[in-house]
Design a protein around this ligand. Structure first.
Ligand code: ATP
Ligand code: MG
Length: 440
């Protein structure tokens, strides 16, 4: 991509309402624009990151055997009346009537719809266990939409639903999701902690929130410092290993506000190890048994030929919120550095040319073509702007690697810079090798 062609409407100043650095950066870098309170358009740069995060989430769901599908954003009110949640959900639900006066709604979540699909199509325990998921826009008429896409009204969520014959099996599905979630957040270079949580209106008796520690978060969290040192790479997706992982994460004290007990915290955790901080909720998993299968009659025949309610769980990840959460974690003093796996581009080429000397730009164009031919997603600054203005733009775009073509470059070695890190002189072949290796 040539920067002169990228639809990249930079804002140097943003309104005082944008309090979080993620909100400010997303506006400044032209990633999003608000179209109504808590409703955003995703411009090319923002959409690229969003899609890449979505892909990481998808790969980790597939890795534990969940199957992707797609349910609509608009649902019939009837199924919500069956589950009993139509009235309970309150004003957060956007209710709509069609031309025939039928009651519809813009889905805030999908337990009812997936239960209906399951009930109409699955009759036997032989089809279990089953985990289905989709990545779809949700609408919640939040009372105070704020902080950009962190708490908005229309947002992209990955929601999975598990179906099992017994509670024991349902907890195995729950544990698989627990594992998939930690892998997902680790791949996004986030330290996310699973914390015991109250399950709120979705209901159920086993629930964890996945929280990223950040001063700007809305959730209060209490934890034992040792939780921060668990290395998730030492676990794999076998049942035994997943169980080990869960026990490693469940033993040290951790809780959100609702479940916190000051007494237990003081008894279990030494003062030196106590961490009390704020966090951003990026995921939430629930086991809720037959809360929906019972009222909606989602039954299967068990081995003895008896009709039983299926055991269910649901599992959400805020895909669009994650874009902002990664910025909160990775933007340091106004300089954004995306993890390579979700960066809008793999590498940037920044020639330090001007009107009277276009040699650096000519050189840059050749390198640009070579990188593209090697399937590297590269952005070239082909403008005649000053170096400082170019670097200011790249602080916003956050591409983690840059090739700078200026006075230090020789015929075949160029300044290869990792943002906020070191610079080395490398040849194009060395740069290609390096990026390919990092991309895995
Ligand atoms: P919160 O406590 O932040 O309001 P929630 O408990 O209502 O979230 P869930 O129903 O658990 O959210 O939804 C799953 C995930 O969807 C959340 O963990 C969060 O990452 C994301 N999410 C929920 N509400 C919003 C929102 N208004 N804007 C952006 N993302 C959201
Ligand atoms: Mg929640």
């Amino acid at each position: 991509m040539l920067i002169s062609k990228l639809f990249f409407p930079v804002l140097r100043e943003v309104s005082a309402d944008a309090k979080l650095k993620s909100h400010q950066l997303m506006l400044k870098a032209g990633m999003i624009r608000q179209s109504a309170a808590g409703i955003y358009s995703w411009l090319p740069l923002g959409l690229k990151v969003l899609k890449k995060i979505e892909q990481v989430v998808r790969e980790e769901q597939d890795n534990v055997g969940a199957q992707e599908m797609l349910m609509p954003t608009i649902q019939s009110a009837d199924i919500w009346k069956e589950s009993g949640r139509y009235d309970d959900y309150g004003q957060e639900m956007l209710r709509i009537k069609d031309r025939s006066d039928r009651e519809l709604l813009y889905g805030p979540t999908n337990e009812e719809l997936i239960t209906e699909i399951f009930r109409d199509n699955v009759k036997s325990y032989k089809s279990l266990p089953l985990i289905l998921y989709h990545i779809q826009w949700k609408f919640r008429d939040e009372i105070r939409p704020r902080f950009g896409v962190m708490r908005c009204r229309e947002f992209l969520m990955k929601d999975s639903y598990s179906f099992d014959l017994t509670k024991e099996d349902a907890l195995k599905s729950y544990n698989k999701m627990f594992y998939a979630y930690l892998r997902t957040f680790t791949r996004l270079e986030l330290k996310a902690l699973p914390l015991r949580a109250s399950s709120g209106p979705i209901g159920g008796d086993n629930s964890h929130e996945f929280i990223i520690l950040a001063d700007t978060g809305e959730s209060q969290v209490y934890l034992d410092k040792s939780l921060l040192n668990i290395d998730i790479h030492s676990f794999d997706n076998s049942e035994a290993s997943i169980n080990k992982m869960i026990s490693a994460f469940s033993t040290p004290y951790s809780a959100t506000d609702e479940k916190h007990s000051e007494k237990e915290f003081n008894e279990k955790v030494s003062k030196a190890n106590q961490v009390v901080t704020k966090g951003i909720e990026v995921g939430h998993i629930f086991y809720f048994g037959n809360k929906y299968s019972k009222p909606m009659k989602a039954n299967v025949l068990n081995k003895e030929g008896k009709n039983v309610h299926v055991e269910m769980g649901s599992y959400g990840i805020g895909v669009s919120r994650l874009v902002a959460a990664v910025i909160e974690a990775k933007c340091v003093q106004g300089v954004m550095k995306w993890p390579l796996v979700i960066s809008p581009f793999d590498i940037a080429i920044i020639p330090l040319n001007n009107k009277s000397d276009t040699a650096p730009l000519d050189k840059a164009r050749k390198i640009y073509e070579t990188l593209k031919a090697n399937s590297i997603d590269v952005i070239l600054d082909d403008t005649l702007e000053s170096p400082s203005s170019k670097f200011k733009n790249f602080d916003l775009i956050g591409v983690p690697f840059q090739i700078i073509i200026g006075s230090k470059s020789s015929e075949d070695k160029f300044e290869f810079k990792e943002l906020n890190a070191k610079t080395e002189m490398l040849s194009i072949d060395e740069i290609i090798k390096k990026i390919k290796k990092l991309k895995g």
